[in-house]
Design a binder for this molecule. Structure first.
Ligand SMILES: CC(C)(COP(=O)(O)OP(=O)(O)OC[C@H]1O[C@@H](n2cnc3c(N)ncnc32)[C@H](O)[C@@H]1OP(=O)(O)O)[C@@H](O)C(=O)NCCC(=O)NCCS
Length: 234
């Protein structure tokens, strides 16, 4: 789920402003980062605090068969603004986002990397080098629980190729390798395509939640290290 209302960094930020990351900043998806020094059950319960380490940052780079999921930079503004400016992509949202609103969203995403240790990342199609959407984790406060929310959006002409599932699978494997145990996705009931992505990832529709004035299906996955569901990578 993407925040769009006014798209100001203040209104978009739901994570703690004074959170400090612990040591162990890592990027990429190497074996050491997957296997080493996992905090003792850092996010084993949905109500648990996120781990005090960086999960997704500006330096993150997750490679899958056809995609690279990497930290956003402000240089991605033109391409991601095309995605959020399309009414077909934003059909479950109140409105499309202007370039200016997308710029504020991007600045907020970059801020979350350091304040929350996680955030939205760019999804790049390897064959073209173009940004085709976003996928990542956003720390949410939902019904008094702080949860990492997995989300995804793709440029309209990229739907139907398995890219969202592939990107999210990579993010799940990477983040589980760094110690996150539980993930949720907030999906509108009518967003069947998005629900199918969650189901393909192995997420379960757990319950319906009230969040920011709306009702959402909350999909959840708890795992040590999720298997990759496409191409056997990540
Ligand atoms: C949600 C969204 C990212 C899903 O896109 P998607 O293309 O349906 O999902 P994927 O990229 O995982 O592709 C899966 C589809 O590609 C098909 N596919 C085709 N080739 C494939 C391949 N090589 N590998 C895997 N799947 C493939 C699958 O069968 C599947 O189709 P199905 O769901 O009809 O069975 C996209 O609809 C979107 O951006 N929507 C607007 C924004 C939005 O709603 N975001 C989520 C908010 S909660």
């Amino acid at each position: 789920m993407k925040d769009t209302a006014s798209a100001s960094p203040e209104s978009l930020h739901t994570g703690p402003r004074n959170r400090r990351q612990g040591g162990g900043l890592r990027s990429g998806c190497d074996d050491e980062s997957r296997g080493g020094a996992i905090d003792s059950d850092p996010c084993g319960a949905l109500s648990a605090e996120p781990p005090a380490r960086a999960i997704l940052t500006a330096r993150s780079r997750i490679e899958t068969g056809r995609l690279i999921v990497r930290g956003f930079t402000m240089g991605d503004l033109d391409e991601i603004a095309q995605v959020f400016g399309d009414p077909q992509v934003m059909w479950t949202k109140p409105d499309t986002m202007t370039r200016e609103q997308t710029g504020a969203w991007l600045e907020d995403a970059l801020r979350r990397y350091s304040s929350d240790g996680m955030g939205e990342c760019a999804v790049v199609l390897r064959s073209t080098g173009r940004v085709i959407g976003d996928c990542g984790l956003v720390l949410r406060e939902i019904e008094s629980e702080r949860l990492p929310e997995l989300n995804w959006d793709l440029r309209r002409d990229m739907w139907g190729n398995g890219y969202a599932t592939e990107a999210a699978s990579g993010v799940l494997a990477h983040s589980a390798g760094l110690g996150l145990r539980s993930f949720c996705a907030l999906i509108k009931k009518q967003n069947e395509r998005s629900g199918r992505v969650a189901a393909r990832l192995g997420m379960k529709l757990e319950r319906r939640v009230e969040w920011e004035g709306g009702t959402w299906d909350m999909w959840v996955i708890r795992c040590d290290r999720p298997r990759s569901v496409v191409h056997g990578e990540a």
